[in-house]
Design a protein around this ligand. Structure first.
Ligand code: ZN
Length: 258
């Protein structure tokens, strides 16, 4: 049952991913998302429902527009798949059993989806809209409210998530870390409360440093070039949600605490 539910949720996630692609396209244009129908960005032909089935349309049309054969960006299937993975893994890890559980799962998923949209903007433009940071913060506060964490739990959580990132942003004068990353850490710290936030921070930090070093060694980046960090924060969020407790148990076992 648990796997079945997570798979059904994951399929919804694929469709939500194609919605995110539309949101991303229209960001800043202030065009209504609900009223205007999706069209090919090249030939502007209005797309039919069968052109919009997540992943499958891209595979069957071999990544080309049905009408003008213009290549469709890899962004579309990638975002759809990522969204499916986000919904599947978070639904699986929370495994809601009642309405409150469902609300908690939906909020955790929304935070992941906002981070996915941020990752996309971070990757393409190294610039994320303020609206998204505000959304992440509001979702974080709702998560606090719904889960009813005590103030001491929240303070402990933020001390191992947002605080270290804020210190890094301060001492590097925003070269390693931006204040946007700190805001994301604040929201994540309200979902992955202490001690899980601790795992999230270390996974993200070492993955980020590792990828940075590899890119520099391969000559793809120079030491001063910024590396988009939000996709790594998102990846760590998913891994910690699913395996965080297991990693923690293992760590405590090795350290002789258990
Ligand atoms: Zn076209």
């Amino acid at each position: 049952m648990r796997l079945d539910n997570a798979i059904i949720a994951g399929v919804f996630g694929l469709f939500f991913g194609s919605f995110l692609n539309v949101v991303d396209l229209r960001f800043g244009h202030w065009k209504s998302i609900a009223l205007s129908r999706s069209a090919c960005p090249k030939c502007h032909h209005v797309l039919a429902w069968y052109d919009l089935v997540p992943l499958f349309s891209f595979i069957f049309l071999r990544g080309k527009c049905r009408y003008c054969h213009h290549s469709i960006s890899w962004q579309y299937p990638l975002i759809e798949l990522s969204s499916g993975v986000i919904v599947f893994s978070l639904w699986w890890s929370i495994n809601p059993g009642d309405w409150l559980g469902i609300i908690k799962a939906v909020l955790a998923i929304l935070l992941g989806e906002v981070m996915l949209l941020m990752s996309l903007q971070d990757w393409k433009e190294m610039l994320v809209h303020d609206v998204l940071f505000a959304s992440a913060l509001i979702i974080g506060l709702l998560i606090w409210l719904v889960n009813g964490w005590s103030l001491i739990t929240v303070l402990l959580s933020l001390a191992v998530t947002a605080l270290p990132l804020a210190v890094l942003a301060l001492i590097s004068k925003e070269r390693w870390m931006g204040w946007g990353d700190v805001l994301i850490a604040l929201a994540v710290g309200l979902q992955l409360v202490y001690p899980l936030g601790f795992i999230w921070f270390y996974l993200a930090f070492f993955t980020g440093a590792g990828i940075g070093v590899i890119l520099i060694l391969l000559g793809l980046k120079r030491g001063k070039d910024p590396v988009p960090f939000i996709p790594i924060l998102l990846l760590s969020y998913l891994i910690t949600s699913v395996w965080g407790q297991a990693i923690l148990n293992r760590y405590l076992y090795i350290s002789g605490f258990r």
